[in-house]
Design a protein around this ligand. Structure first.
Ligand code: ADP
Ligand code: MG
Length: 691
């Protein structure tokens, strides 16, 4: 039985217990039995009591303790989804939404999309009449607020993975706090693997209440409760032995592969989970591991090597969750999605590169990019913890102990403090939050970033002089579920008469890559690219590929031959259909500009003028500088304009490794910049020469 411990401040409740390791016996166990074995099960009554009696309940529990899959079911069993109400559970990641929803549907024995459903951007597997438990990304919940500002259909909203502090989670938390004032019957559950529960709890106490509480007697009902289900914490339950490298490694992909092979040679059975950073290094590691395992002989023949990153198909996801056959060893090579969002059974060994892909934004240079950056100690502990679910495990850290102890930061920085805020600002504006600097943030973004965002939105014609959404452009841009620059590009294409092409481009840009990753076959991939390459740049190249795909009759064979990812192309078609529908709703009639690519380039410029760069030097691999911020950038080798180096280009995004690289680049005429964004390019004190 859980023990309720009233915190001395009152209202804050910790539940403590030690976990009895009843599992570890594998084999066929009924789903009901499996559910009862989860640590969270013991807290069922306590959780339901807290939710009943508190506006906000904070649940802290180790990954795999059953928070995400069980709590929504508890709530439903207790009647929170009766009379048409819906229980919502948000996740920062799309793949987690899909995986968790399908698991819960399976546990409840219902068809996914009926009683249990999910919604992610461009994919709604839910039914407004039937769905009682709905999983969704926090981004989608934000979108839903535009149509239903008080989220009236939800009785309980569980904001999951709050420790991740994703930008949408933080915005959602700020807004839910407002909604709570208007809807006292709404219940919130904030759940996370590691949280400074106290600071979250303080956030949900309004400052007025905080003051009142210092004087008046307590009114616990309005206070958030903290429920702690600390079970699998490191050092308790199953121990995880940590190994460090003695000297810093130069190539973490190579080091990870060697470590996996070493484990496979020396250690008893048990699956291996490797943390790398993204699709590119994961694919590289898989290729290397496959080759080395093959040359290693029969010892490595029992390896089942699987990637885990967003954009996997359903079948690929299923492989990851399916039990490892006897005599085999699964090696899952993952992004940090497996850090806390998804639990894989059977992991005994963890290999931690010490890195993840993180977003960084510099408001001075106005540059945001994805950087492979060191993780925090908190993340490192989480990663190691993945090894201790079944039995004592081992974690191999590909960094030195000295580095871990002395250099690794304790905690990550909330995403909102390292992001470009353009999307965030427009969403808050669309929800009628006018004083954005004064908004009640769990962590405040920097005023510089905020000002930058306002300036870009003003230049896009989305905000007026009073920083209010313009009509109709501002409202239309807010309506399109894509970043404002893409939305503006789509709206401009309507005026220019190339909406058909631009919608295709927007669809392609919203997925990671349409190319089949071809490590080792780089030459063949480059040749395939040349077949479609357009002198104007990547955006126009996408149009050629799309045309080719249609002409082939959407053939997977054709994709294979051309190093194009068939699943990605199918996704592009789906997204394109949805964008078409949204466009129609906004009164945009699809129109093709046939061969006039200048119109397409102009439409791209109308959205992405802020990303314009001018060629500075042909030598040194073609150095560019951003026109606004004079930052040094280079064309990414994956671009069809790599080595072509047109005078003036616009990029879609930046990635940073040894240099800042522009991904998805199109050449433009610099005179268009002052045409589409006079404010942005002319009214500066130091007017940059752009001709
Ligand atoms: P938490 O949210 O606390 O991290 P979850 O509710 O996600 O925990 O997971 C609880 C348990 O459910 C996990 O230990 C795992 O065994 C099981 N589980 C979750 N998702 C799946 C899945 N897709 N397939 C199989 N088992 C799963
Ligand atoms: Mg979870």
């Amino acid at each position: 039985k859980p023990r309720l411990v009233e915190d001395e401040d009152g209202g804050v409740i910790f539940l403590s217990s030690s976990y009895s390791s009843s599992s570890s016996g594998y084999g066929y166990v009924s789903i009901e039995k499996q559910r009862q074995r989860l640590p969270v099960y013991k807290y069922r009554t306590a959780i339901l009591y807290l939710v009943e009696s508190h506006a906000t309940t904070i649940v802290v529990g180790e990954t795999g303790s059953g928070k995400t899959t069980q709590i929504p079911q508890f709530l439903k069993e207790a009647g929170w989804a009766d009379s048409g109400r819906v229980i919502a559970c948000t996740q920062p990641r799309r793949l987690a939404v899909q995986a968790v929803a399908s698991r819960v549907a399976e546990e409840m024995g219902v068809k996914l999309g009926e009683e249990v459903g999910y919604t992610i951007r461009f994919e709604d597997i839910s039914n407004p009449d039937l769905t009682r438990i709905k999983f969704l990304t926090d981004g989608v919940l934000l979108r839903e607020m535009m149509d239903d500002p008080l989220l009236t259909k939800y009785s309980v909203i569980m904001v999951d993975e709050a420790h991740e502090r994703s930008i949408s989670t933080d915005i959602v938390l700020g807004l839910l706090k407002k909604i709570q004032k208007r809807r006292p019957e709404l219940r919130l559950i904030i759940s996370s693997a590691t949280i400074e529960a106290k600071s979250m709890s303080n956030f949900f106490l309004s400052s007025k209440r905080r003051q009142a509480l210092e004087g008046e007697e307590l009114r616990p009902r309005l206070e958030p409760a903290i429920l702690s289900v600390e079970v699998f914490s490191l050092g308790r339950g199953f121990n995880v032995q940590i190994h460090y490298v003695e000297d810093p490694v130069r190539d973490y992909v190579q080091a990870a592969v060697s470590t996996v092979l070493l484990i496979n040679d020396k250690e008893p059975p048990g699956d291996i989970l490797v943390f790398l950073t993204g699709q590119d290094d994961i694919d590289a590691a898989i290729k290397l591991l496959t080759e080395e395992a093959r040359s290693n002989g029969k010892n490595s023949s029992g390896l089942i090597i699987l990637p885990l990153y967003s954009g996997l198909t359903r079948a690929e996801q299923d492989l990851i969750f399916s039990p490892t056959p006897k005599g085999k060893r699964k090696v899952v090579i993952s992004t940090n999605i497996a850090e806390t969002s998804l639990t894989l059974e059977g992991i005994v060994y963890v290999v931690d590169s010490g890195f993840s892909k993180q977003r960084f934004y510099n408001p001075i240079s106005d540059i945001e990019n994805l950087v492979v950056a060191p993780i925090s100690k908190a993340s490192a502990r989480q990663r190691a913890g993945r090894a201790g679910r079944l039995r004592p495990g081992m974690c191999y850290r590909l960094y030195t102990e000295e580095y871990f102890l002395n250099e690794m930061s304790v905690q990550g920085i909330p995403e909102i403090q390292r992001s470009n805020l353009v999307s965030c600002v427009i969403q808050l504006k669309a929800l009628g939050i006018d004083n954005i600097l004064g908004f009640d943030w769990p962590a405040s973004p920097s005023p510089e970033s905020m000002i930058r965002a306002l300036e870009v939105l003003f230049s896009l014609g989305v905000l007026d002089d009073d920083a209010k959404l313009t009509s109709p452009v501002g409202f239309q841009v807010a309506e399109i579920p894509l970043e404002p620059m893409i939305a503006k590009m789509i709206l401009s294409s309507n005026e220019l008469g190339c909406s058909d092409e631009i919608i295709t481009i927007a669809a392609v840009l919203s997925i990671q890559s349409i190319w089949f990753s071809a490590r080792g076959a780089q030459k063949e991939l480059d040749e395939a690219k040349l077949r479609f390459a357009a002198a104007e740049g990547d955006h126009v190249t996408f149009l050629n590929i799309y045309k080719g795909f249609l002409q082939s009759g959407r053939s997977s064979k054709w994709c294979h031959k051309n190093f194009i990812n068939y699943h990605a192309m199918k996704k592009v078609m789906e997204i394109r259909e949805q964008l078409k529908r949204i466009a129609l709703r906004l009164g945009i009639v699809l129109k093709s500009c046939e061969t006039d690519m200048q119109l397409v380039r102009k439409a791209v410029t109308a959205g992405f003028f802020a990303n314009a760069c001018r060629l500075e030097a042909y030598s040194h691999g073609g150095m560019y500088k951003t026109i606004r911020g004079s930052q040094e950038v280079y064309i990414h080798p994956s671009s069809v304009l790599f080595r072509v180096n047109p005078k003036c280009v616009i990029y879609h995004s930046l990635v940073s490794t040894d240099r800042q690289y522009m991904r998805n680049v199109i050449s433009i005429d610099p005179s268009w910049l002052t045409e589409v964004a006079p404010h942005f390019y002319q009214q500066q004190r130091h007017n940059p020469t752009i001709h």
